[in-house]
Write a protein of this length. Structure first.
Length: 170
């Protein structure tokens, strides 16, 4: 089927592949935007493996727009060997807010990579912000790790979400 510019989906996909190979960052980011418009979740997921921080971030943001349906595809990426894939996956999960991943995220509060640990802490804090019952599922040591990580990241607004809920009535 032709798009309003006259191109077929096949032609657009060919163009996207060329854009993704470009040395120009803005061209690669345009390709990510085009993939989002096409609804190509699989290709966007594969871009979480990109060595370009900018491309990964743009792909992660695009995946968030698919909502909770993307969680099942992103969750296994929390176990990836590449720290940047784990960090991107934690970001997406935090944004879509599916608390079913909480047990996995709690274990990741001890992650050795600082960037991953930070994204995991942000993800958990965002879940708490959406549903305070999530805070009740954290053990004392997990709360301390979460608070410590958020302090180190200077994520004071998310830290307030946690501190503000402690000791408050249901």
């Amino acid at each position: 089927m032709a798009k309003k510019d006259g191109s077929t989906e096949r032609e657009r996909r060919g163009q996207i592949e060329q854009f993704l190979k470009s040395k120009d960052l803005m061209t690669r980011l345009k390709a990510v935007e085009m993939l989002k418009e096409l609804g190509d979740k699989e290709k966007l997921l594969s871009l979480l493996y990109s060595e370009s921080w900018h491309v990964r971030e743009k792909a992660a943001q695009a995946l968030v727009e698919f909502g909770s349906e993307i969680r099942k595809k992103v969750e296994p990426m929390l176990d990836e060997g590449y720290w940047y894939v784990r960090a991107a996956a934690a970001y997406v999960i935090g944004e879509v807010g599916d608390a079913s991943v909480l047990p996995k995220l709690k274990k990741m509060l001890s992650e050795t990579n600082e960037t991953v640990r930070g994204e995991v802490a942000r993800a958990i804090a965002k879940m708490i912000k959406r549903d305070r019952k999530v805070l009740d599922e954290l053990e004392v040591d997990e709360k301390l790790k979460l608070e410590s990580t958020l302090k180190a990241l200077k994520e004071f607004s998310l830290l307030e979400v946690i501190k503000g809920h402690e000791g408050s009535a249901e």
